[in-house]
Every structure is written in C-alpha cells, then in structure tokens.
Design a protein around this ligand. Structure first.
Ligand SMILES: C[S@@+](CC[C@H](N)C(=O)[O-])C[C@H]1O[C@@H](n2cnc3c(N)ncnc32)[C@H](O)[C@@H]1O
Length: 468
C-alpha cells in the first residue's frame, strides 16, 4: 500500500483507540494486510474502504485487533505492583467489606491472554480463605478475540512466567504432556473473560455488569492509544469505579486525563489512582505525557532561559482545581533547597502556578542545577506550556548532557505534537544514556523507577513489541 494512511490511521484511533503515527505506518500496513486476509478480502484496500464506510463493524474490529495490538504480558508482571496489591491494596478492600457486603469487584481492562486477571485471582484465593461466603467478580476484557480465547484456555508456556515468583508455578499449575502449564481450574473459574473494545462508549453499564468496580487494572493499554481516546477511556474508567475504588496504570500511562478527579500516589513504581467523592466526571484535554516526564519530583531550567518574576501572574489555563489557583503567594524563601522542596510538594498537590513560582525562586539562587530546570519543565508541561517546557529541558541538557529524563520528556513533547522523527531521536538518545547505567540504578527525579524500567517505558513509547 503506497498511499497516505493518515485517514485510515485516524479512523483506527477513533474506532479502537490505537495510535499509528507516521513512523508506525509500516506496522499499520502489515496489520491491514493480515486483517484483510483473515476477513477473506481481496486486498487491504477493501478493508480500508470498509474502515471509511459504515460497513466497519465488530468483525472488522476483531480482525484488526488480532493484527494490530501488542499482547505482551506475563504472570505477576511488575512483581512490586503485585506485592503492593497483596500486602496493602487488596487487604484494605477486603477488610472494608469483611463485615458488610462481602462483595468485591475487580476488572482487568485490556487483559491480553489472561495472565494479569489470573494473577489477581491467585492473590484473591490466598487472601480470602472463606471465599464461598463472598461475592467476588473478576472481569477480564480485551478487544482481541484470539487473546480472549487463549485466556479462556488458561494454558501457557514458560515464557509467561519470566520474573514470576516460583510459588506461582509450583502452586497453581500442572505440566501437560506437551510441557505446557495448565492453570488450576479453581483459579481459572474465578475469572470471566469477555470481548470489549475500550474505545466503544458502552461502559460503565449496569446492564452488562461493567460498573461499580473496587479495582481496575488498565496497565500497558493506554500507552498505545491516541491522546484523545486515552482521555475518553480514562473518563469511562473513572465512572466505572465505585467511590473509593482504585485504578492502576503504569507510569508511562499516567496523565492529567486520568488525574482529573482522582487522587494519585506512586506505589512501588506503579501509579495508583483512587476515586474520591469530589470526582465530577470531567476530564482535561491536556497532553498525555508519561509520569516520569511530569512534575513529581525534582527538576529545573537554564542560565539562558528567560526568567519570570515570581510575582508575575500565571495563566490558570491548565491548573487543576480552581481553588488551588495562584491566589496565595508562593512561600517566600531564600533557601533554594527549601524552595525546590516546596515546589515539588505543590506540584504533587496540583498547585502548579505556586509550584512554578517556588521553582523559579529556587533557580534564582541555584542557576546551575539541572534538576531544577527539569522540575520547572515538568511543571510547565503540566501547565500545558510545552514550548517553555522544551526550553527548560534544553537548559537541563545544557548543564547535564546525561540527563536521560530530560531527553525522554523532549521526546514525549515532540511526539504529542506529531514531530515523530524528532521524538524518535530523543527517545533513541535516552535509551543510549540509560544503557550506560546498570539497569537497577534508581533514577533521580523518576519516583523510584530504575534505568531498566525506564528503558522499557521508552521502548514502549517507541512502539517496541517486546518490552518486558
Ligand atoms: C500489552 S497488553 C497488556 C496486558 C496486561 N494488561 C498487562 O499489563 O500485562 C495490551 C492489551 O490491550 C488490548 N487492547 C488494545 N486496544 C484495546 C481496546 N481498544 N479495547 C480493549 N483492549 C485493547 C490489546 O489487545 C492487548 O491485549
């Protein structure tokens, strides 16, 4: 296919969420060819014609999903996350229901071949000994029918257990004569698998029992979505949670679209959002940027960057809650370390204008600190001021050419503005920098993420198909 794919690509983003920027068109072409073949069509052109017409239905979505999605997964993927689920989040949910409804509702959205929901089921079976007295739902959905069929079979190869604790294989699987691993039927039967296209506006829905969840895992899914669709899906996932319920995404998927109305925290490298009563259902149409590119912790700007007066009023354009706008002056301090600390706390709370003022005040005293410029860039990015964020990032790199996170954020900004070539260049350079460190090195300014984990994230952003 040698014609402009921008229209089919944008139709696929609308219908399935999947984002195919120009540098991924070769993947798109391969997917269209494979899907056309499995639909028995003469050529991918016929499929494109359907895509652009009303005759594009569930069959076509499923055929494309089987060829375009990335189904990479394994049991207890991100062991720290499952350790956190086992030791704190699930016990908290269970304790809250123990003496009331004894009802628990969990959803793995984008479950691939089932390793994630089955990992949850294993944990539940260990944490609730009297399960017969409980009403536990574990729903698992995916757009790829082949993945759902494989999940239902619950039979795996060794590849599904990389990094998985040995007690999982030893305790819950039996070997088949072919050397495969068959899941204990008691665990298998705890999970209900269904087809669901997250891009369809059909949930939450009490009618189809997709609503009122205590916990939703939507990990390694939104990273493949267009910014617009990620925002829509995030909003629907919010509404599918009960109040007090949790949503887990990976750091590279954290965004202000999800943040709106939820409180977030970082736990063992995973982002945990909690639905609070104040959530109104509104979402922000802001930049979708990996958390590591976001304020969180330390960053800063450069000697050649224009400095603002800390009293200059900032645009409240992208500020989070209105009550937090910059009416209160930033805390006056001449201690750059204290000002930077304050900036991080304010940024974490979403008080971005005040955070920016603090950060700039810190920079006035510590002009050669690359971390402060990175912090400034992160805050500007949150304020939807990407041009200024880019300037601050250039300053970071001017002071410290090895500052990998600055490269990654530059890549994310370029990518969000469809400057694909430039984005790829930044990501490649970031990977080179990350590769120079031991993969277990915890990166400064990255909320505990290691160089290896960050490299995985960057590889995912670049469209790598094998990231874990
Ligand atoms: C990389 S896997 C993630 C699996 C699992 N959540 C994990 O983290 O290990 C991404 C999954 O998202 C699914 N997916 C992609 N687009 C989707 C959509 N529009 N609706 C539902 N699932 C989708 C893919 O089919 C794939 O199985």
């Amino acid at each position: 296919m040698n014609y402009d794919l921008s229209v089919p690509a944008s139709r696929i983003a609308e219908r399935m969420g999947l984002n195919f920027p120009e540098d991924r068109w070769p993947d798109l072409v391969r997917g269209l060819e494979g899907a056309a073949q499995s639909l028995g069509l003469e050529s991918p052109h016929s499929l494109v014609a359907r895509l652009l017409s009303d005759s594009f239905g569930r069959r076509e979505v499923q055929a494309l999903a089987a060829h375009l999605t990335v189904g990479e997964t394994h049991f207890f993927r991100s062991p720290d996350t499952f350790a956190m689920l086992q030791s704190s989040l699930l016990p908290e949910l269970i304790a809250a229901r123990q003496h009331t409804t004894r009802r628990l509702r969990l959803w793995s959205a984008g479950c691939a071949t089932g390793q994630e929901p089955y990992s949850l089921a294993i944990l539940i079976s260990r944490l609730i000994s009297d399960r017969a007295d409980w009403d536990v739902t574990i729903l698992a959905t995916d757009v790829n029918p082949e993945a759902v069929a494989a999940a239902n079979k619950a039979e795996y190869t060794q590849w599904s257990f990389r990094g998985t604790p040995s007690w999982v294989i030893n305790g819950y699987f039996t070997r088949t004569p072919e050397g495969r691993y068959l899941l204990d039927p008691a665990i298998r039967d705890m999970v209900t698998f269904r087809f669901l296209n997250l891009a369809d506006n059909v949930y939450p829905s009490p009618g189809s029992d997709i609503h009122d969840f205590d916990l939703i895992l939507c990990r390694n899914v939104l990273m493949y979505f267009s910014r617009e669709m990620a925002a829509k899906v995030a909003e629907r996932l919010h509404r599918s949670l009960r109040e007090g319920g949790y949503l887990l995404v990976t750091p590279s998927e954290a965004s202000r679209e999800i943040q709106g109305g939820l409180t977030s925290s970082m736990s063992n490298g995973e982002i945990v959002y909690k639905k609070t009563p104040r959530f109104s259902g509104a979402v922000h149409d802001d930049l979708h940027v990996p958390l590591a590119d976001r304020p969180a912790a330390a960053p800063p700007e450069a000697p050649r960057v224009e400095r603002r007066s800390k009293n200059r009023p900032f645009s409240a354009h992208a500020e989070r809650p209105a009550a937090e706008t910059a009416k209160r002056p930033a805390k006056a301090t001449t201690d750059p370390v204290e000002a930077a600390r304050e900036a991080r706390i304010l940024a974490d709370r979403g008080e971005l204008n005040r955070a920016l003022a603090c950060c700039e005040s810190s920079l006035e005293c510590d002009k050669l600190n690359p971390s402060l410029y990175y912090l400034k860039a992160s805050i500007l990015q949150e304020l939807d001021r990407p041009d200024e964020a880019e300037q601050a990032l250039q300053s970071t790199l001017f002071l410290d050419g090895g500052f990998a996170l600055a490269r990654i954020m530059l890549g994310a900004i370029a990518r969000s503005q469809s400057r694909s070539g430039e984005a790829a260049k930044h990501f490649r350079e970031a990977l080179v920098l990350l590769a120079q460190m031991p993969s277990s090195t915890v990166l400064p300014e990255a909320d505990g993420l290691t160089a290896g984990e960050m490299a995985e994230t960057v590889a995912s952003l670049m469209g790598s198909e094998c990231v874990s």
